[in-house]
Design a binder for this molecule. Structure first.
Ligand code: DGJ
Length: 734
């Protein structure tokens, strides 16, 4: 890993594990992008600039002899519009999407951000109040508009152990008067062609993160959220697969925004055939007042690269998140195997029922009982109680203590559900402080699940939440917390903000959420937190910084989960996905899949159980015990292994994930067949990611085979008759 500045050409070479990122400051001071891809020699790359098209676009940049980097008036003017950029800005002849748009005190919106200086720091600085990757050597390039004093600092970090670059921008008002940021994206990345397909993750409740493929073209394709949450509608992720590439070959770039509120990611194809990828905080309904001397920090973006297709890109992303972002205390630590009571009881429980559910699985290896929604306030359904974080002793006589003591006596840990950012109209806290709920005075609020959003942009509201949640934690022995978030913002207004700052709401919501996480999650390091959002609606890297795993979807049907887990894996490692074996017929789809299939699919993540175990037979208990034992034996692959997506359930009748340890000493292949067809065709599947030269024992076959054989000849799974079946193979080096 190295960050090199070549003084003679003013070129920066950022070199990661297997990647190079290069750009230079041209004679005017504009940062010209040169290259991002596989690691290359530190050659002069100016020869690539010969393709700059000079046409009728307005220009401020004097002509240059592109081969020497010198001014040559005979070449004629070159417009910003055609220079591959590290940051684009409005006006000055550039009609591309700006990375930043600033409204100066005089009303004009111009800024020309040119190179001023740079520094190379030993350690990557944290972003104030926002999650970000850790890291070492970091380049900061200071840009500056000499007329207004407005500036931008661009941060770049590369890594020894993963093929990603972390980027962000900090905008600075160096002028004497207040300015308004109407757009403040985190980055712009130039690509020399439009020969890419963008892959984004669209979704809905119970149908999260389906890959969608859009070829780049002239004009803009974009995904965004306007929800003040990263949302299930679009994930803050975009992959770019170069023409001719696929899952296992070709160039692929991943863009992952470390942000939990309204975002936008865009790919804009330009008239000269090039592309800019850019994005960050959504500028829809956004504006930020920046007083003289103030700075505005943008969220970080993680940009991964692979020449091993989408699979390689995902593995780079997974390594980056696991090694440098996901909550350090738990990222690679063995996870609790939970029994959660939600699908087993919903709101209908008492002490005895909960204790029966826990007792039934004692000794199976399930090690944590999680009490879900309904334990607090006057909460017998979803109409009331949110915000009143005091135990409902009518339901739970003796308080939580009776259940916690019982769970602990079984040798298990205890987990509890909260929805800290929410408030019901029918709650004591709403009666005392109706203003705590987000709303515009004089207007009705929108209801979702009968609840409102707490205004966490307000410090006093956050203080209430922190104290209420931390009091329950202080008063009880809690080992695990599930943090839910079941509705989105609708009013986007805070009583605490001046009229001319109301468009700061969505970003301030993110900052408020992160502050809550610092004061609840970070203040209780012994408790493992799981994220949740009406299923997996707020599944983003910023949440993973605090919560090492996130409930992937309320859809727990094994068949549908193959689709959801496949899509989610494009950006996120398996250890981030919470996956449970649940009731059948499934509560969302009414489908019946066998216990084995449900477990095999739930094992491809942070596994657990979510059903009424109090009715378990001895046979059920024995099955769970065997499943947990099997999971524990391969949990390291979920936590740290490399993922190979062997079969895509979105395009065929099969789904298959192969996990391989980093040293290639062991692995596991889970194959799933959706529909059985009488007299069906022969099916063969090739293992991936093993070492060709190693020999592996395959216990399911009782034989030793070469890695080359397994990856070239493949395996012939026997699913037997029936739909929704799985076959699992293990590979142990011999
Ligand atoms: C939505 C979550 O996704 C569920 O798992 C459950 O916790 C409910 N909320 C509880 O209200």
């Amino acid at each position: 890993m190295a960050i090199i500045f070549d003084k003679s050409t003013k070129t920066f070479y950022l070199e990661g594990k297997n990647i190079t990122y290069a750009f230079f400051a041209n004679r005017r001071g504009y940062l010209e992008h040169l290259y991002f891809g596989e690691k290359i020699s530190r050659d002069h790359l100016f020869y690539t600039r010969t393709s700059i098209r000079r046409n009728a676009f307005p220009a401020m940049v004097p002509g240059e002899d592109v081969t020497k980097g010198n001014v040559d008036p005979s070449v004629g003017p070159t417009s910003y519009n055609h220079i591959p950029a590290e940051i684009t800005f409005f006006g000055n002849g550039d009609y591309r999407e700006p990375t930043v748009q600033v409204e100066n005190a005089g009303g004009d919106r111009l800024c020309e951000l040119l190179y001023y200086s740079h520094e190379i720091l030993d350690t990557k600085p944290k972003i104030n109040g926002m999650p970000s990757m850790d890291g070492g050597e970091t380049l900061v390039v200071h840009l500056y508009d000499s007329i207004s004093g407005f500036g931008a600092d661009l941060y770049y970090t590369v890594y020894d152990d993963c093929d990603v670059i972390a980027r962000r921008a900090v905008y600075k008002n160096g002028g004497a008067e207040c300015v308004r940021l109407n757009r403040a994206y985190s980055f712009a990345l130039s690509l020399p062609t439009q020969s890419y397909t963008a892959i984004t993750l669209e979704g809905a409740w119970a149908d999260e993160r389906t890959p969608e493929y859009t070829p780049l073209r002239h004009g803009i394709i974009s995904v965004d959220s306007k929800y003040a949450s990263s949302s299930s509608i679009n994930n803050p992720f975009m992959a770019l697969l170069a023409k001719g590439g696929g899952e296992n070959f070709g160039e692929a770039i991943g863009i992952n925004l470390v942000y939990s509120s309204s975002f936008v990611l865009k790919a804009e194809g330009h008239s000269d055939g090039t592309t800019t990828i850019l994005g960050g905080i959504n500028d829809f309904d956004f504006s930020w007042k920046l007083d003289a001397g103030e700075e505005f920090e943008t969220p970080e973006v993680i940009i991964s690269y692979s020449n091993e297709g989408l699979g390689g890109m995902s593995r780079a992303n997974h390594d980056a998140l696991r090694n440098h972002l996901i909550n350090k205390r738990y990222a690679k630590k063995s996870r609790p195997i939970v029994i959660n009571n939600w699908e087993g009881t919903y709101f209908n429980f008492n002490n005895e029922k909960l204790m029966d559910i826990a007792s039934a699985v004692a000794g199976t290896g399930i090690d944590t009982f999680v009490l879900d929604d309904g334990w607090f306030g006057k909460r017998d359904d979803d109409l009331s109680g949110l915000g009143d974080w005091v135990v409902n002793t009518k339901k739970l006589d003796g308080g939580l203590k009776t259940v916690i003591d019982h769970v602990h006596s079984l040798g298990m840990k205890f987990g509890l559900w909260f929805e800290p950012e929410m408030i019901n109209e029918d709650s004591d806290i709403f009666r005392a402080h109706p203003d705590y709920a987000v709303g515009v005075p004089g207007r009705e609020r929108c209801y979702t699940r009968h609840q409102f959003l707490m205004d966490v942009t307000r410090a006093d509201v956050r203080d209430y939440i922190v104290e209420a949640v931390n009091k329950v934690i202080r008063d009880n022995e809690i080992d695990y917390i599930k943090w839910d978030f079941n509705r989105n913002a609708t009013e986007f207004f805070s009583l605490s903000l001046d009229a001319d700052r109301q468009k700061e709401f969505s970003h301030r919501y993110a900052l408020g959420l992160y502050d809550l996480c610092e004061r609840i999650v970070e203040a209780n390091p012994g408790i493992m937190f799981e994220g949740c959002s009406g299923g997996g609606a707020r599944f983003d890297p910023a949440i993973l910084y605090y919560f090492p795993q996130i409930w992937t979807s309320d859809n727990t049907d094994a068949e549908n989960r193959t689709l959801i887990q496949y899509g989610t894996s494009l950006a996120y490692p398996l250890s981030a996905m919470s996956c449970h074996v649940s009731e059948v017929p499934n509560h969302q789809t009414s489908r019946i899949a066998s216990m084995k299939t449900r477990a095999d699919i739930a094992h491809l993540g942070a596994t657990g159980y979510e059903l009424d175990t109090s009715v378990f037979t001895d046979e059920d208990k024995a099955a769970v015990k065997a499943q947990v034992k099997e999971y524990k034996a391969m949990e390291d692959l979920v936590l740290e292994g490399d993922l190979y997506r062997v079969e895509n359930p979105h395009t065929g009748n099969h789904f298959a994930f192969m996990l391989v340890s980093k040293d290639k000493s062991h692995g596991m292949l889970t194959v799933y067949r959706r529909i059985f067809k009488a007299n069906e065709a022969v099916y063969r599947i090739k293992a991936m990611g093993l070492d060709k030269k190693k020999k592996y024992y395959v216990p399911e076959l009782g034989i030793i085979l070469g890695g080359d054989t397994l990856m070239s000849v493949g395996l012939a799974p026997d699913f037997g008759p029936g739909d929704f079946s799985t076959v699992v193979y293990h590979f142990e080096e011999k």
